[in-house]
Ligand binder design. Structure first.
Ligand code: IDP
Ligand code: MG
Length: 155
């Protein structure tokens, strides 16, 4: 069943270095996702070890950590219908060269770990990751004049 959800997105340092923040953010905006939280964060070792806990034993983990600390990342909470899966669909699969054309990773990147964006992969992880990066009072609830098209019946 469809529901309005929130998800956590990080725009990674390769996008920041390559001036792709606006492009990536714009794709989420154009889809009709509402940005309800947005800020820069410098990812500490501790935060990365928690966020990428499933990867700490991988041979590439040290490089991944170094890469994620090259610049601040733009962290955001997006809201929309089924947005956890919808955002993962827009983002594309982890390896940019295996991602479907039209996705952010396929269109804008070639390599890992520099694949432009992180997005939560399940409702459980979205809840945990939003809490990891945002205080409750940093997430906003507000109306937009486009809500009737995006959230309502569009008439
Ligand atoms: P996801 O970002 O699509 O959810 P995960 O498997 O959770 O993929 O991996 C997190 C991040 O770790 C990837 O987005 C990528 O930046 C990096 N990564 C994953 N696998 C590799 C790899 O084989 N080599 C280098 N970096 C990788
Ligand atoms: Mg993941």
């Amino acid at each position: 069943m469809s529901e309005v959800q929130k998800t956590l997105v990080l725009i990674k340092p390769d996008a920041m270095q390559r001036d792709l923040l606006g492009e990536v953010l714009g794709r989420f905006e154009r889809k009709g996702l509402k940005i309800v939280g947005l800020k820069f964060i410098h990812l500490t070792d501790a935060l990365l070890e928690e966020h990428y806990a499933h990867l700490t034993e991988k041979p590439f983990f040290a490089d991944l950590k170094k890469f994620m600390q090259q610049t601040p990342v733009a962290a955001m909470v997006l809201e929309g219908w089924d947005c956890i899966d919808e955002v993962r669909k827009l983002v594309g699969s982890t390896n940019p060269r295996a991602a479907d054309a039209g996705t952010i990773r396929a269109d804008l990147s070639m390599n890992m770990p520099s694949n432009i964006v992180h997005a939560s992969d399940s409702p459980e992880n979205a809840a945990i990751e939003i809490k990891r990066f945002f205080q409750d009072d940093e997430i906003y609830s507000y109306e937009k004049i486009t809500d009737r098209y995006i959230f309502g019946e569009g008439v």
